[in-house]
Design a protein around this ligand. Structure first.
Ligand SMILES: [Zn+2]
Length: 295
């Protein structure tokens, strides 16, 4: 029913996905449809995720999108986002394969609640993922999302093992998943299972949909990011008005290599291939688009 039906369509900064270590400073053509396989009562995108096909929907097709991806300036490729892409599987596959054929890259922003066989297929046409790890407790997943934690953990490991680019986002909700103990367990698990260079985004929650809890205090995000930094090298604070907690420091020598303010991204102290100028550490594996991209 949703093949080719889009709820949103925009040339976004790749930082907005959020992906901070995948072609930083580039744009990415972003599309999404309707519906979801979770029922989070705090959904920050509920207008499109928890509804049927909306009245602002438009039709498109894989060829049109691939063409647009190729002709958009400074564009790294296409991102499937806004709603849950795994329930839009056939359209995502058909479009991603066309975009990859032109040398551009593909991104999926997902809740990771997918069986391993279809995920295996997805790994064949998606280059980079931002996966929501909504909490680190089974009871939270059962109570609040209608899904489960274990399948999401399994997906994360499968993506990392396949060598795909992976960043993780946790939306911090006061009183629900904001304890230091839970963040410690989450970041330690990420580090031990997938490595300490996986970027983790701690995102600020705002009351939305059926959830009336107050917005997350800045102080909570600061505390939890300090906790996560004990296990992970790249921890970011997002969805806040402030400018702190968004810069990237080289994991080897601590030199600031990227300054971010809102969606303004300034790359500094880096060579042309994404390596730290001070120590040569390859901070960014995906940095400049290959010269044949987008043809
Ligand atoms: Zn360095």
């Amino acid at each position: 029913m949703t093949y080719g039906v889009i709820s949103g369509h925009s040339l976004d900064p790749v930082e907005k996905k959020p992906l901070y270590h995948f072609f930083p400073g580039h744009s990415i053509l972003s599309v999404g449809s309707y519906g979801c396989n979770m029922r989070c009562n705090f959904c920050q995108n509920w207008h499109i995720s928890q509804s049927g096909i909306g009245r602002f929907s438009a039709d498109t097709d894989p060829d049109k999108l691939a063409m647009e991806a190729c002709t958009s300036v400074n564009n790294a490729g296409i991102a499937f986002t806004y709603n849950e892409p795994v329930i839009w599987f056939e359209f995502v596959r058909d479009t991603a394969l066309r975009v990859k054929k032109s040398g551009l890259f593909t991104v999926m922003v997902s809740n990771g609640f997918v069986n391993s066989d279809p995920l295996d297929e997805i790994l064949g046409f998606i280059d980079a993922f931002n996966i929501d790890l909504k909490a680190f407790s089974e009871s939270f997943y059962k109570r609040v999302t209608g899904a489960g934690l274990e399948p999401v953990k399994k997906s994360l490991k499968q993506i990392a093992k396949a060598g795909k680019h992976l960043e993780i986002t946790t939306l911090i909700i006061p009183g629900k998943n904001d304890s230091v103990g839970e963040m410690e367990a989450e970041s330690k698990w990420i580090s031990e299972e997938m490595g300490d260079e996986i970027p983790l985004h701690l995102s600020r929650y705002f009351p939305m949909y059926k959830s009336n809890d107050p917005a997350t205090p800045r102080e909570t995000l600061n505390t939890l990011s300090d906790t996560a930094r004990r296990y992970l090298k790249y921890v970011y604070i997002g969805n806040t008005a402030g400018d702190t907690g968004q810069d990237t420091a080289c994991s080897k020598c601590g030199t600031i290599v990227t300054k971010r303010s809102g969606y303004d991204t300034r790359l500094i102290n880096l060579d042309g291939r994404g390596k730290c100028d001070a120590c040569g550490n390859p901070v960014y594996r995906y940095f400049t688009l290959p010269s044949h991209a987008g043809r």
